[in-house]
Design a protein around this ligand. Structure first.
Ligand code: ADE
Length: 224
């Protein structure tokens, strides 16, 4: 998979992309992530990429030219299966959407800033609009970092067997069951005995019951 990210704040993405699982996936050659600075295609030598809102109102809007220049350039180099704009008015990111995105080859993520991007970019290029949730971030960068993490960890070979994405919360519409490690007792709190029993089928059954109970209490909406 190849991910190209258009942003005016690449520093916000460098650290999350340069650590942990996403870093390992890049080192293994399972994903390539490229950051592109919108200011490198600014409309003048002052580095301008944004402008006032037509019709009046507070805030700035990212202009079409720097974004269009990058998108045209990238699309001339290879085909892209998705051009994704991160925005609070997009489809909320949930596991099934992350699963679908993980099957794509080349994708572009566009990070908005200030009041967002000129609507004509969305009309002309964008194929998916994705939100992290019903709150407003200062820009799309943190959302893009979250999206890349959620997608990359699903790519075959990224996670080892022992940390398989299939056992995650949400992968089967259930929250994850509680987990424990040593010591078996701490401040009078004992690990549930079943987990020390070695009885694998009973343990799996217990985990499923716990997952179901937790989901019923915390997220009944996941069970419909
Ligand atoms: N940009 C600003 N807020 C956002 C959100 N909630 N999700 C995705 N991108 C955003």
């Amino acid at each position: 998979m190849r991910v190209d990210i258009l942003t005016c704040q690449p520093e916000l993405l460098a650290s999350p992309l340069g650590h942990s699982i996403v870093k390992r996936a890049q080192e293994k050659g399972l994903v390539e992530v490229h950051l592109h600075q919108l200011r490198d295609r600014a409309i003048n030598k002052h580095g301008q990429i944004d402008d006032y809102v037509f019709g009046g109102g507070a805030g700035m809007v990212l202009r079409v030219e720097p974004i269009a220049a990058w998108l045209d350039e990238l699309r001339a180099q290879r085909p892209y299966e998705a051009i994704i704009y991160l925005t609070p008015d997009g489809e909320v990111l949930r596991q099934p959407l992350a699963n679908r995105l993980s099957l794509l080859g080349n994708i572009i993520l566009l990070c908005g800033h200030y009041k967002g991007v000129d609507q004509r970019i969305r009309d002309e290029y964008v194929t998916h609009e994705i939100s992290l949730g019903d709150y407003v971030l200062s820009g799309g960068e943190l959302a893009a970092a979250v999206l890349v993490d959620a997608v990359v960890r699903l790519l075959p070979g990224v996670l080892g067997n022992e940390e398989s994405a299939l056992s995650d919360s949400f992968q089967d519409d259930l929250l994850a069951p509680p987990v424990y490690t040593r010591p078996a007792e701490w401040r009078g709190r004992a690990v549930p005995e079943i987990l020390l029993s070695g009885n694998t089928p009973r343990i799996e059954e217990w985990r499923h019951e716990q997952a179901l109970a937790r989901t019923q209490v915390r997220r009944p909406d996941l069970l419909q």
